[in-house]
Design a protein around this ligand. Sequence first.
Ligand SMILES: C[S@@+](CC[C@H](N)C(=O)[O-])C[C@H]1O[C@@H](n2cnc3c(N)ncnc32)[C@H](O)[C@@H]1O
Length: 279
Amino acid sequence: MSPTSSELSVATYEAVVELLLRHEGLDLSSYKDDCIRRRLSAHIRQSGLPEWSWLDELERSARERSALLEALTIHVSEFFRDPETFAYLSHTLLPCLMERARTQGRSSLRAWSLGCACGEEPYSLALLWQDLDPGELKLEILATDISELALEKASQALYDPGRLQEVPPEMLEAFFLPEKGGYRLCPQTRAMVRFEQRDILNLENFPEVDLILCRNLLIYLDRDHQDAIEERFARALKKQGFLVLGHNESLGPAISDRFECLDRHHRIYQPRSTRSPSD
Ligand SMILES: C[S@@+](CC[C@H](N)C(=O)[O-])C[C@H]1O[C@@H](n2cnc3c(N)ncnc32)[C@H](O)[C@@H]1O
């Protein structure tokens, strides 16, 4: 019964799905099957245990469940990942949001980075904002992820120099402080970002925001769940807000009438208005 290849028995897969839902509230069946199965069987192989005894361990040990969750969720990210998209944010989307906020007499804007990994994406946004010299206008960034470990690293904001290669030298100089173990982001930039553990599959309590960055996360989920989440984005975004997806992601046909595609290359979308213009 011990897996010798990426083959995983149906019974084990179903037992893991049931167990994670019961103990952790995570619905693995919403993820694309092949990708989860591959990582799951690699994780079981690494444990060195036969499937049945690894399952016992998973039932008993919160630590093993947390190790499994880490193995199933990939935290690969980088500062200014896909630099052209961040350039577009800097010269088009953020100035547009700023101008609108000023016209409406608002003192702050809200952005949400979902699947924020170790903080690289929301901090990149915060850095861009500070660089634009917004005066009194504030940007409040909510950054969420399912992984406690990633969120812990994000709130430390201490990065190895190798992970800061996309940060322009003048930004590194102005906003990071060198210390043992790497560079730590300065307190003012960190204060713009609030981290929270959240499962994107829980469609309750989506905050109302002006900008959503959801990049390289939906790609792991099946199309039905992508559609359901994107539909929630359409309702959570303020009128004329923006949704930014990852370079390899796009809206499915079932949901594309809820959004206008503003830039196909950068995967920028705006919800079509179905609400009163008072928002
Ligand atoms: C590949 S990283 C993307 C990081 C960043 N957005 C980027 O584009 O560089 C995907 C992140 O999604 C998180 N994730 C996976 N499943 C999730 C879920 N159900 N709810 C919230 N976050 C999840 C992972 O923990 C991981 O940090």
